[in-house]
Design a protein around this ligand. Sequence first.
Ligand code: MGD
Ligand code: MGD
Ligand code: SF4
Ligand code: MO
Length: 706
Amino acid sequence: MSETNETVLYKGACPHDCPDTCATITEVRGGQALRFYADPDHPTTQGWLCAKVRPYLERIYSPDRLLYPLRRLGPKGGGRWERIGWDEAAAEIAGRWKGIIADYGAAAILPYSYSGTLGLLQLAVCNTRLWNRMGASGLERSICGAAAEATIEATYGARWAPDPADVLHSKLVLIWGHNPASTSPHFMPLLRRAQKRGAHVIVIDPRRTLTARSADQHIRPRPASDGALALGLMHVIFREGLHDAAWLESNSIGWRELRERVASYTPERVAEITGIDQETIVSLARRYATTKPALLKTADGVQRHGNGGQTMRAIICLPAVVGQVGTLGGGLFYSTGGFGRWDAESIGHKGECAATPRTINMNRLGAALMGEAADPPVQSLYVFAANPVASSPNAGLIAQGLQRDDLFTVVHEQFPTDTVQYADLVLPATTQLEHVDLHKAYGHRNLQYNQQAIAPPGECKSNWDVMRLLAAAMGYQEPWLHEDAETVIRGVVDATRATNPYFAGVTLERLQAEGTVPLHFAAESHVPFADGRFPTPSGKLELRCEALAARGIDALPEYRPPAEFAQAVERSVDAISPEGQVPPASFILLSGASHHYVSSSMANQASLMTKEGTPFVEINPVDAAAYGIGDGEPVVVENSRGWCELRAVITDDVPPGVVVAPKGPWAKFSPSGRNINWTTPDTLADLAGQSTFHSNLVYIRRASDA
Ligand SMILES: Nc1nc2c(c(=O)[nH]1)N[C@H]1C(S)=C(S)[C@@H](COP(=O)(O)OP(=O)(O)OC[C@H]3O[C@@H](n4cnc5c(=O)[nH]c(N)nc54)[C@H](O)[C@@H]3O)O[C@H]1N2
Ligand SMILES: Nc1nc2c(c(=O)[nH]1)N[C@H]1C(S)=C(S)[C@@H](COP(=O)(O)OP(=O)(O)OC[C@H]3O[C@@H](n4cnc5c(=O)[nH]c(N)nc54)[C@H](O)[C@@H]3O)O[C@H]1N2
Ligand code: SF4
Ligand SMILES: [Mo]
């Protein structure tokens, strides 16, 4: 950090939950960040930042930043605070925790964090060390991509994806349940170039997204019917002999059983399930099987349904069936995250600690606070790098749980979020410009070091510095709870390099000097799985997966509709309408990424809120007419879990029967003081404890019809 009057440039990494993990530069003079922009030399950042992060200094220097520790005055949620010092805060937290540990055991303490930052130090290390030492409850981190991670690891053995630039070799790009124009913007120029070079781009998404608009073809299945579509495509491919039998025979197990499984997924049946006509299904299958190289790029849309695990399983089998795994410009692109697998022991020191007493699924936070976690009850919640009241499912129940008088809640945050509102103690957090960290990406194959560019404002502290302070207050002596930031990062980098070949040549010194360091790929390992070796139990790509079978899961992909949709009729009778009226129809509500926020991060930044507009729900003109809803009119979206008010946007970007309200808006800045997560289900999917945000049936009425 420089306080001098010279201009100094600091290399950094965008910390947000976005596959692009952009390389940034902060220009500092006299201790002030004057400019913040993209590193022109980074292979995927390519010298530009997205609309969300370009005005980042607004966020860093926002007058809304939390600057001092605060203690609640008056009732929970009342928004009255007094400023306290860090020593007092740490002593109070340690005192409360020691009491809880004495009365209930450390399992009564639950740390809750997710993806405010994706840093090695500020997230991965802070998720583990202190809590392992304490013996606190563990958190099952399944709000985002758990089903995809589990199914890809089961089927392929590792989450390895091509270099994004290899799309320039693709002749077909199938983008499935993924909206990179908003969620991975740096993929778009590459996709455009591939398209100009003749690649045919197909988007499969019920909604006409920004990505779908610029595709050559847009296919719109009914939500959560994608599993049937994938099995139907395989049906046609096998029936017409378009599968790559030679590749399947030598590189996979279970392809004949899979062929049998898909026999019943005729185009007739699949058309009925998906709402896509038979000709489109057949021609998509033929095109996918015969245009090579064919890249299948998917992300998180399809897995956030009740049947999301098996849907992912079915989709990720496709590249194998057509022999595209391990080809340049072909294969599966979900995440590059598997290459940068850190050495886990050096992160969490779990081997030196007792077993985690229990694990609570983060999607069940409200239920856990309200008694589902009973033995012991959760008596203290420590939230950092997350905003569950805005971003987690069934948020009304979370807000209710957070009002329990006997719950001690600490929230470490940059801003006064919806979750901060319910804290007993609030701790002020640094931003990415004010701390160091190391990042790997899930959308490219480089490591990025983030230098500290400016001093923290007020009394803000980084996650790791707070962990160290709390460890000291608790009296924990282990040296690994007291190391400085660089020592921690060095330790993890060195340990990872010793076991992970992609870290060959990576050192802290190099990271600090170069900022961006590419992971190491030998020429023959540039294309994942090109050598036909899969780190699965069988060493092959497992279309039939015994490891899943051992967990009571179908060993082959299968399609079943999500239970929430099957129960539509009964649900409409029980608790929907207080007057006992049964509304005439329910809608499937999808709530994917907004264009201008990352989850709820940045959704308090005035310039971005203006661009995104009043929190809205998109409704098809046919449905709007049937309900007498006008464009721009306030509507109430509701179900048995809760309700919120949104602005109606009438558009055929959504098909009849489906409505879309993006995640992100804060409850406190929404018309009714609630957001869409007051309606989303906290039911778990068929696999990996995955969230099911999109398997959400809602009713809609005009707000004026009380
Ligand atoms: N601008 C922006 N960028 C982000 C984020 C953000 O909030 N805003 N969030 C970040 C995070 S945390 C994540 S996990 C990633 C997510 O990245 P993506 O997965 O690309 O984003 P989503 O919008 O969650 O889902 C993608 C699409 O799935 C579609 N979808 C929903 N249900 C179905 C279905 O049943 N079938 C099909 N075929 N499609 C379906 C939705 O309409 C949506 O367009 O993005 C990251 N990047
Ligand atoms: N309806 C609906 N809801 C969804 C989804 C959906 O598809 N639909 N998607 C889900 C997905 S994919 C995800 S990943 C989750 C994300 O959910 P969360 O992980 O809760 O992410 P955010 O809502 O962005 O909240 C992150 C918070 O961390 C804070 N923060 C940032 N950096 C730091 C730091 O260094 N230290 C500390 N202490 N705080 C920091 C930010 O200010 C922000 O308030 O949301 C989920 N919510
Ligand atoms: S949010 Fe994504 S695209 Fe935007 S700057 Fe960060 S990493 Fe890059
Ligand atoms: Mo996510």
